[in-house]
Every structure is written in C-alpha cells, then in structure tokens.
Design a protein around this ligand. Sequence first.
Ligand SMILES: [Zn+2]
Length: 872
Amino acid sequence: MSHTYFDSENGHKSFEMPGARPHYNPDRPGQVEHIFLDLVLDIPKQSFRGTCSIRINPVRSGIDKLTLDAVNLNIKSVKVGETKQDFDSDGEVLQIQLHEPTAAYEPITIAIEYSVEKPQRGLYFVGPDKHYPDKPTQVWTQGEDEDSRFWFPCFDYPGQLATSEIRVQVPKQFFAISNGELVSTKNDGDDKIYHWSQTQVHPTYLMTLAVGDFAEIKDEWNGKPVNYYVEKGREADGKRSMGKTPQMIEFFSKAFGYPYPFPKYAQVCVDDFIFGGMENTSTTLLTDRCLLDERASLDNRATESLVAHELAHQWFGDLVVIKHWSHAWIKEGMASYCEVLWTDKEYGKEDAAYYMLGEARNYLAEDSFRYRRPIVTHVYREAIELYDRHLYEKGACVYHMIHAELGDELFYKAIHTFVRDNAHQTVETIDLLRAIEKASGRNLMFLFDQYVYRGGHPDYKVAYSWDGDNKLAKVTVTQTQIKDSKKDNGNSKDVFDLKIPIGFGYKPEKDADERSAANIKTFTVRVYEREQSFYFPLEEKPAFISFDVGNKYLKTVVLEYGVAELKAQLQFDPDPVSRIYAAKALAKKGGLEAVKALSEVLKKERFWGVRAEVATQLVEIKLDQAFEGLVSGLKDKDARVRRAVVNALGKIKTHETYKALRSIVEKGDDSYYVEAAAASAMGSIAGANPDEKPTDEQVLKELKLVLKERQGWNEVVRSGAISGLAQMKASEDALNLILKYTAIGTPQALRLAAIRSLGTISTGQTKLNLERILHRLAELSKETFFLTQVSVVVALGQMETRKAIRILRSLADQTPDGRVRMMADEAVQRVQKNVGSDAAVKQLREELDQVKKENQDLRSRMENLEAKAKKD
Ligand SMILES: [Zn+2]
C-alpha cells in the first residue's frame, strides 16, 4: 500500500520533475554492526585523514564483493585483518573485492584508510577570511539525507543501523563532540584526541562531529547531562534559547511513554549551518541564528519550536528509525506535531490550535502554488526533494487527525505502543497503522488512504439557513475540490469521506463574554458526496454554526452564513480557529458593519492570534474606515499583533498610513519584527501611487537611516529596510543601495536579504538597470554557499525576463545541492510564466488598481452617508 503512487489532478502541478524515478533500498549483503571512525583533522588545510572500520555480519556465505557509498574520498587501502583487499573507487562508490568470500554469520571487520581534502558536503569547515575576519573556526557535519558518504565510506541509507565510535584528533584549543558518551580524552603534543562512543544502534545519516572553541553551558535531566554549546560570549543567549530543554525532555519522555534513551543530550550552535537544526543522535546541531537576545525573545517562538522539534526526533527518527526516505513523514510529521504539543503544554490550548492552523496553511500554500503529491512516495530525483511542506506540515496535520480521531487516551497509548515496539529498529508507514490498531482496535486506513497515500484535501463550502416554521436548521456542504460533474457524485476519487461534527451554538445566558459557557449542540454527519444537505431539528434557532467542531480535519472551508451568525461565532465560538474562519467570512461580506465588528474584536478579543488574524482580515475590506480600526491595533500589548497590524497597514497606501508607520520606525518598537515590518511597509507605500505620496527622497532618507543605525540581532530590522527599498521598484537610488548591500563582507543575513530583494525590485527598473541586476546575480550564482545560492534562485524566480532563465539553468547544472537544483528548475517555470504576462497586461493591471482605489473612496463615502442616514 505504501508504494501506491497517485498522480496529481485538478490542474495541480505534479511533484515529479523530469528525471524522477523510483528509489529502493539496496540489497543487503549483511548487517553492519559497528562503525569506527579514527580521524585526524587538519583545520587550516580544510582536510582530514584516518581510518573507517566497519564490522559487518554477512547474511549469507559466498559474498565476495561489497559496494559502499564513498564520494570523492581518497582511498588509500582496504584491509580485512592484516590482509590487503583489492578495491576500486570511482568517486561515487567503493567496490571491495574480498580476498576470502564471506561465511554466513561470521562477522568481518573492514578497515578503510582514506583522506579527504576540502570536502564539498557532509563535513564543513568554517572559519574567518579577509571578508569575515570575526567568523569563528568550526568544523561540523550534516549527514541527512545522503551526505555521510562525503566524509566516510558507508552503506549510506537509513535501513542499516549500527553502533558507532568516533575518535578525532584536533588542535588543543578546540573541543570535539560526537554521538553518545565521551569515553576518553588524550593530549598529543599540540593536539587533543577525543573519543566518543555511541552504544545504541543508529543509521549513518545521524553520525556527527562538531569541533570548535565553544562555551559550554551545563544543565541536566534525571542525572543525564544536557549541555548547550555556543560561541564564547553568547552564553546568556544560549541559556535563554535552549534553557527549557530539560522540561521538554521530561514532557516528551511522558508523551512517548519512553524515557529519553541516550546517555546525554547536547545541542551545539554552529556558524553557517545550512538547516535550522539536525537531530544527530544525542547531539543536535542548530544554526547559531536561533540564538535569541533578550529583545528577540519577546516575540520569537521559532527557536523554542526548533528546540522541541529536534529533541522530539531523538525518539521519532533516532530511537525509531525510518527504513526509507519515502516514510520520512513519520519522523518529520511527528517532530512538527511535537511543536504543537509543546505549545499546548507551555502556552495553552488556543496557542496550540493557532499553531496547528499555521502548519495547515503552510502545507495548503505549497499545495496550491507549488505542487500536490502523496505524502508517501518513492518516486523522486533526490531524496532531499521530499523534505517539503507535505512531509513536515501535512505530516503534522495527519498526526493531529489521528489524535483527534482516537482521543487523548488512545492516541498516547498508540504512540507508546509504536515507540516501545519499534525502539532501536526501522519502521515504515504500515508499522504506525499496525501500532494504532494494536493499541486502540481502530483501523485508520481510511484516513491514511485519503491523506497520506494520495495528494490533496477537501475544500468545503458550508451554507446554512434556518426554517423558523419547522424549527429546522439546514446545512449544505459542498466539496468544491471536485470541479467537474454532478453525475460523478460520490464516485470521484477526489471526494473525501469523513465523519464531521457540526455544532449549533447558543449564546451564554448571563455573562455575554464567557465563551466557555457558550452551549454547543453537536451532531456528527458523514460527508461523502460532492454536495449534501443535512436537516437538524432544533428547539431554538442557534446563534452560530460551527463546522468541524474542534477543527479535527485538514481542510479549507468557506462559510456562507448570515452576518449575524458570523458575528456571533466570532464572539462566542470557543475554538479560535473557528473564530478566525468567521472573521474571514465576515470580511468577505464587506461593508461598514463588518468593519465595525472586526474593529471591535481587534480591541476586545483576548487571544492574540485571533486579534492578529482580524487585523489581516480588516484590511481586506476595502473601505477607508478599516484604517481607523487598524490604527488602534498599533497599541496592542502583544508584539505579534502589532506586527500583523503594521503588515496590514502597509496595504493601505495613503500618506496617513505612511505617517503612522514612519513614527514607528523613528520611535522604535519593543520588537525587532515590528520595526522591520514598518520599514518594509514604508517602502511599499512609496512604491505605490498614493494621492499625496511621500517623495522617494523622503522615504529613501528614512530607510537609509535604518540601514545605517539599526544593526542588531540577525539583521532583522535592516532586512526590513531592504525589503522596503525593494518595493520602490522604479527608483534607481533604491536599487543602488540594495546592490551595495550584496557586496561580500556585508553581514550575511543582511546580504542574503539584499540578494533576494533584487528579484522584487527588478520588475520596475529600466533596461539598463535590469542588465546590472542580471550581471550581479550571475556573479553571485558562482558562490557555492548553499544559502547564497538559494537567495539567488529566489531573486531570479521573481524576474520577468528570459535572461534570468539562462542563469538559473547554469546554476541548476552546476550546483552540488539537490534542493537548489529543484528550486532552480521550479524558478525557470515561474519566470516563463512571468514573461508571458507582458507589458500590456502590466499596464492594464496598474490602471485597474487606480480605478479600484477611486471606487474604494466612493464606497467609503457612501457607507458613511448610509450610516448617517440610518442614525438620522
Ligand atoms: Zn525534523
């Protein structure tokens, strides 16, 4: 079942890029039992040498040839015992011709002596250079998915589990950390030797090494060391960012029904890390960008989520290992879902529900704008392509649905069973289904069939009406993802068949504010056709309707209720996600009444997430009165709401808004993100055509000042100014300023923001300037650092000239990274589409915007007149 592949439908782009093919684990000559790396690092030369010893237990007799993955390793010799073996190494694999064929179940140890110079991947050397003299000297590894073969020869796929040992010699001033326990250290002249041993089995992609002059912050959980390693001087940031780890270990030990399994847990923050974090067994590596200073910790929860995510992997991924990449959702979905579970524990139910909505939206965006695919598929070009929002966020949604379907008790019982039964082993999706069945008796195949083994999700439209004479509520549910026929009803393979609770809510009797007192009468109906109507006899007319009470299912939903019902739901529905849906539907109805209701909620709603969403919705009602409502939100006590308000204000392109935003930038805000959003929005107003628009000069002056003065944490604020400049598409001065910040030596975060923004600004520039941009991006595309390449691809993908395609193609050909290649290929398609929308269409679009703006003025005035007339 897990290998069924459904192609995408309904005009959704296919996931499969040209060249995609099925991938299987290789045949297994035997069980790898132990891997021992004995290495000497030469940091100045960015090279290392040593021996990799692999003990393998042959599965049968008579094997005389072994094929190991080994990319660009200089193999010096291969020995079994003292006997030299013949071998052949072609830069991809190492073929060993065994002198003596194997005897079944009689283990042999193969010792491979090798060296590596300037490795391309797998093991990374980071250090100062003339452009970045302050960069720390570090060495770190990244194995997932198939990069361990770039730093040691191995059977490089997750289906092989073995114990491991790493002994490494480094210059004395450095510390070296690896999986498991430190068994010994030894001084050797100017060097020091660290010997680490991992005695529980794990796959090659989780073997790691990190070397640097770190500060060590000691913590513990149940007597086990829980240490944080950061660059010296950032100890306080380290504690602030990772300090909740022991509580998290406690929480996940209980949630998984299995105490933390490894002898220690270390988190090492490294420079230039290409991912957010990597859950190497007992030794997680994190990007040093996750380290929060005090001000950033005000409204940054991303770091806490990252810490929870990587920690959860120690069980889901490291203790229970996936057998093949096609099942990676089991670990990535769970680690992402654990961000939700931790949010629930730490910040409560509403925050967790809102976090879950964010996960769903991330997946939905990829599904609409990128491609649709089944979560489980083994058809791809490179495994790393699977690491997308289907794998992580949709995977999290699937776990949430399992949780909702089983309820708390059975869900945790099933998870405990799954972890206990599969500890120190490999799993496939079917094993999760089996554990659920074993623990709960429930067969969730229907859920997996619809959400895991095939792409997509239901798009519901829900209409409601009340028949007062018969006291009947009528609810009509349409699955709008089924485009075509009425005849096809129920038979289409796109139809979802789910049992969905529909609630009818009544206002609380006394305290009108007491949401928890709102009384909801719930009926569960089976929704399995394209369109179905349900009739519910009720004693009284409900105040609001709640579709999918508790928001169990991954879906989109459009509500077609009356204004009164939507307003009541916005006020009384205990589920914040339902309130957000109501806000959206209300905004869609538009009009002064909606503006009033939403403005009121922005002031009074207790949960910050709903206030932030309401701000976003308010601006969608194209009435000038929305401005008044929004502006009051600038005083919100929660920085995340202020940020949403500022972003929303950026869409109201008037001089008045500009003044409000400028004052935020000038006076500053407690939050980096709010300041950044304000700087960015200022630029977008300057880039539009407001009636009394601030001159480019004025705005440039403001943003220049930000760039000059607001250095700081991860360059968030200055990157906001860059994004503002990018919106001033017709300004040559803005372009020149951005180009200046793409220079090497610019702090990396700021430089990457400047590179990305070249795409946005390119669409309004003169031909000559467009050439300058292309030239600069072509130069930058030659830099090999992963994050630079990604930024270049993002910029080129936004351009509207065929010349961008050539640079993208050559980047795709030359990059060693599968993700960059895939992104570049997708960017080519985007540019082709952009080019299709020629200048004439652009002109029309601008004219239309102008007409819309005038129309909005008229409507706003009319609404005011009507409101007055009503009062009179
Ligand atoms: Zn992960």
